[in-house]
Design a protein around this ligand. Structure first.
Ligand SMILES: Cc1cc2nc3c(=O)[nH]c(=O)nc-3n(C[C@H](O)[C@H](O)[C@H](O)COP(=O)(O)O)c2cc1C
Length: 194
């Protein structure tokens, strides 16, 4: 059975390096037998998490929809920017709200539990966002995801892509291809929907 893989860029910015990297990962995944989709967090606008808001109004519908979508996946590839050596608020907020969803259509759900997760990042800096990935890794592990060891960081991202959106650097390209391979292999062996 084909694996369902969702690619999640953690930036909404026009010209985002991480959206470019997510697009390239989606292209590579689409060459395999996986069923791949790219998520856009602008389709799921959410307020900043506030416990009082949750108590008064419950978990917003967009968080429930996001949880439902993630719960249907075998694998997730998170492509995250690095903000101050850590996870950017857009992505953390979406994950935090999603982690508060307990039921979807009356059924108990833990959207990240047993989900196979791969991590990638791009940054204009020389570390390629790799410190942010450590933060994302901790968050995903806390939620019970199986985070694969292989990851891909693209440094100097302003010059990291050619005009077709392909990775310009051989090392970065090989890292991304290896990450996609490992994500698919692990998803096939650990799929929570098998
Ligand atoms: C608040 C803030 C903090 C940042 N901190 C870091 C950082 O710690 N390390 C880094 O490599 N880049 C840092 N950057 C630069 C971002 O990685 C860069 O703007 C990147 O292009 C953002 O991702 P995007 O292009 O996908 O939107 C920071 C940017 C912002 C706005």
């Amino acid at each position: 059975m084909s694996a369902n893989i969702l690619v999640l860029p953690g930036s909404l910015r026009v010209g985002s390096h991480n959206r470019k990297l997510a697009a390239e990962a989606t292209r590579i995944l689409s060459l395999t037998d996986a069923v791949v989709a790219r998520l856009d967090l602008s389709d799921y606008p959410l307020p900043i998490y506030d416990g009082d808001l949750e108590t008064e109004s419950g978990v917003p519908q967009n968080a429930q929809l996001l949880a439902q979508r993630i719960a249907a996946q075998d694998g997730l590839l998170i492509v995250s920017p690095e903000y101050n050596h850590s996870i950017p608020p857009l992505l953390k907020n979406a994950i935090d709200w999603t982690s508060r969803v307990r039921k979807v259509q009356g059924r108990p759900v833990q959207p990240f539990k047993g989900l196979v997760v791969g991590l990638a990042s791009a940054s204009s800096g020389r570390f390629g966002g790799m410190r942010a990935l450590e933060a994302v890794r901790i968050v995903m592990r806390a939620l019970g995801a199986d985070v694969i060891t292989q990851q891909c960081s693209v440094p100097n991202a302003a010059t990291g892509f050619d005009e077709d959106g392909r990775l310009a650097d051989d090392v970065a390209r090989t890292n991304l291809e290896t990450l996609v391979d490992k994500l698919l292999d692990t998803t096939r062996s650990l799929s929570r929907h098998a």
